[in-house]
Design a protein around this ligand. Structure first.
Ligand SMILES: [Zn+2]
Length: 339
């Protein structure tokens, strides 16, 4: 093993054998915002051999305060986060493999994404996606590390399927929509991202090097403004948990039709088409230029018309900004992108 990992190899918990195991591992990072980009950078520097990074969004200037992977250029060119992260990681560590996946995580792709992964890190910002990760990871017996941060508060827990409580053992249901603060309504500061992501990455390194006895085995909560640090014992896995006790993976079952979601606090709605498709941006741009301003790059097309902005990906998934109403977003989608 080369000089670049020498300080990590010197560390007792890792050593030469641990470093070899890291290099032979694959980690999936779901969501590449603040937490996810911190995971990606740390795991790349640590020499985890294969990183798979999945994210549905593109870089914006409001990300730069805490999403350390990205630059002003990424924001001005609206590069998808998965691509921007992969590009920067290749410059940080050219010895590892990076797979970038521009996608909304849902029942149709989560099982493919977790396949062949040794660990999954949660960099998402919503409970719906976390239950998907939980179902897929429990079903395929892959350890995953829950993490969340908002304001100055953060929380993390490591799930080893059938050995420790899963997310549904601890939270049987997601908090009702709009009941909990989000980064878009309550803001978030960088230091809590650093704390939560650091604990998640340390847990990933322990799992990948087989040092399971060092896992923290708790629900860890931190508030870097109120100076509160708590370790809650979640007890054993719940005997009547739908997911890990009964083996029911409700979120993995196919839904039909298109899928629309309000993107919290962003005055935007995401529409995913029911049918898989592949758009030709040149043709679409030609058509849309008659009614508004169009720009596109290799990954996405942006169309401005009146008060609305549509960002369209190759698979026809679109983020419609300028409204929180699904009905209106659907009609704009039908009008400009088609069905
Ligand atoms: Zn469970």
């Amino acid at each position: 093993m080369n000089e670049r990992y020498s300080r990590q190899i010197l560390f007792n918990g890792i050593g030469k054998e641990g470093q070899r195991r890291l290099f032979e591992s694959r980690a999936l990072i779901v969501g590449c915002g603040a937490l996810g980009s911190a995971h990606a950078e740390s795991l790349a520097r640590a020499g985890v051999g294969k990183l798979r990074i999945a994210d549905r969004d593109f870089v914006e200037s409001s990300n730069l305060q805490r999403q350390t992977m990205f630059t002003e250029r990424d924001a001005s060119e609206r590069i998808p986060k998965a691509i921007a992260a992969a590009t920067h990681i290749r410059e940080i560590n050219s010895e590892i493999e990076v797979e970038a996946e521009i996608a909304d995580i849902n029942h149709s792709n989560i099982e493919r994404l977790v396949r062949n992964c040794d660990v999954v890190l949660d960099g998402t910002d919503n409970f719906a996606t976390r239950y998907l990760i939980n179902d897929a990871c429990v079903k395929h017996e892959i350890s995953w590390i829950y993490g969340a941060a908002v304001g100055s508060y953060g929380v993390t827990m490591t799930v080893q399927p059938h050995q420790t409580p899963c997310l549904r053992c601890v939270f049987a249901e997601a908090p009702p929509a709009a009941s909990a603060p989000t980064c878009d309504t309550a803001g978030v500061i960088m230091p809590i991202i650093s704390v939560v992501s650091a604990v998640q990455v340390a847990e990933a390194l322990k799992l990948l090097t087989g040092q399971n006895e060092s896992l923290h085995r708790s629900l860890m909560q931190f508030d870097v403004w109120r100076n509160e640090w708590r370790k809650i014992n979640p007890g054993p896995p719940s005997a009547d948990c739908l997911t890990c006790a009964q083996g029911r993976y409700a979120t993995l079952e196919a839904a039909s039709g298109d899928f629309a979601a309000v993107l919290c606090g962003r005055n935007a709605v995401q529409i995913s088409p029911a049918q898989a498709t592949q758009l030709n941006f040149e043709e679409l741009a030609e058509r849309l230029r008659l009614t508004g301003e169009v720009k596109f790059n290799d990954y996405l097309l942006r169309f401005q018309t009146g008060d609305f902005e549509l960002t369209v990906f190759h698979d026809a998934r679109s983020i419609i900004r300028g409204t929180n109403e699904i009905k209106l977003a659907r009609s704009l989608y039908a009008k400009y992108i088609g069905n």
